[in-house]
Design a protein around this ligand. Structure first.
Ligand code: GDP
Ligand code: ZN
Length: 301
């Protein structure tokens, strides 16, 4: 038997594309019903006799998972083994900073670095309201890039941040993620071939997610199907860990188990009052707590 280690580089519901250790790309299906590989997974796979397909037989332990609650209240894993997250916002559609914070919260809980990319700077609209938010993200310690995929400015900066990393690019639909990726790879053919796989034979139709190699090294995962996003937290008690500036201030709260909501001597609330923590980020924190409590209600009595 010709057992190999491989990386999942594209998923189409139960069908996958793998990159073998020798760089070869193969199609694969999954042994049994229990395994749920996602893009970025390292798997064991073996060729199937007399077929071009390979069979995924096991998934290696994951370093981390980007996950969200799905509509049935279960946790859905979108990608695994990431070391960077790029969240894109834009002038158009109008930036929703709460969505940006939800992704950044997930990145924090995964223990990975992240960038906020503000695209479509060629459109003048709304530049001033974004400036304050972007300055705050930089202040907190995130990489911040302003760019226009239409004109190409700023895209090189994104490429440098992604070098030698396995990143995921996320953000509202229409902000320009595909346009940025196309610019980064410089050759739309690469992307088309990675995505379409077997479309010619009418098998792989909708891609769930795909890992695209970048010319300067590194990979970026695109998950075109993900529209609305919320992080999946086991408990609202860990929400504060998703907000760097809140975690930092929380060291000075009077109570070690302070939730930073109504407790006396709360350094986080003080921080909001003297504007070292923005009221908007604090609102994001409270929304994630509420959302998590709604979702985990009943499951964690
Ligand atoms: P995605 O849904 O995030 O992948 O967004 P797309 O890359 O499909 O882009 C959505 C729309 O925005 C398309 O019509 C793009 O041509 C347009 N677009 C993308 N980047 C820019 C930009 O920097 N400036 C302007 N003006 N339009 C852009
Ligand atoms: Zn507190």
């Amino acid at each position: 038997m010709n057992h190999s280690t491989a990386t999942v580089i594209a998923t189409y519901s139960r069908r996958m594309q793998l990159r073998l250790e020798n760089g070869e790309q193969v199609d694969a299906r999954i042994k049994g019903k229990r395994l749920k590989p996602v893009c970025g997974d390292r798997v064991s796979a073996e060729p199937i006799d007399n077929e071009s397909d390979w069979l995924i037989t096991a998934i290696a332990d994951r370093d981390n998972e980007l996950k969200r609650p799905n509509s049935r209240g279960q946790v859905e894993v979108l990608a695994a083994n990431l070391d960077y997250l790029v969240v894109v916002a834009a002038a158009e559609p109008k930036a929703d900073w709460f969505i940006v914070d939800r992704y950044l919260c997930a990145a924090e809980l995964m223990g990975i670095a992240a960038a906020v990319v503000y695209n479509k700077i060629d459109l003048e609209a709304d530049a001033s309201s974004a400036a304050g938010e972007l300055a705050n993200y930089a202040q907190i310690g995130y990489d911040v890039v302003r760019c226009t995929a239409k004109e190409g400015r700023g895209i090189g900066d994104i490429g440098r941040l992604l070098r030698d990393r396995c990143a995921i690019i996320v953000g509202q639909s229409g902000v320009g993620k595909s346009s940025i990726i196309n610019h980064l790879i410089g050759d739309a053919m690469l992307r088309t071939s990675a995505i379409s796989g077997k479309t010619r034979e009418g098998r792989h139709t909708t891609v769930n997610s795909v890992m695209i190699p970048l010319p300067d090294g590194g990979y970026v995962i695109d998950s075109p199907g993900v529209r609305d996003y919320a992080p999946a937290l086991e408990s609202s008690n860990i929400a504060a860990q998703g907000f760097r500036e809140i975690t930092e201030a929380a060291q000075h709260c009077r109570f070690a188990n302070c939730r930073h909501l109504r407790e006396p001597g709360c350094a986080v609330k003080n921080g909001v009052e003297n504007a070292t923590i923005t009221a908007r980020r604090y609102e994001s924190y409270k929304r994630i707590i509420n959302l998590t409590e709604q979702l985990t209600d009943g499951r964690y009595p």
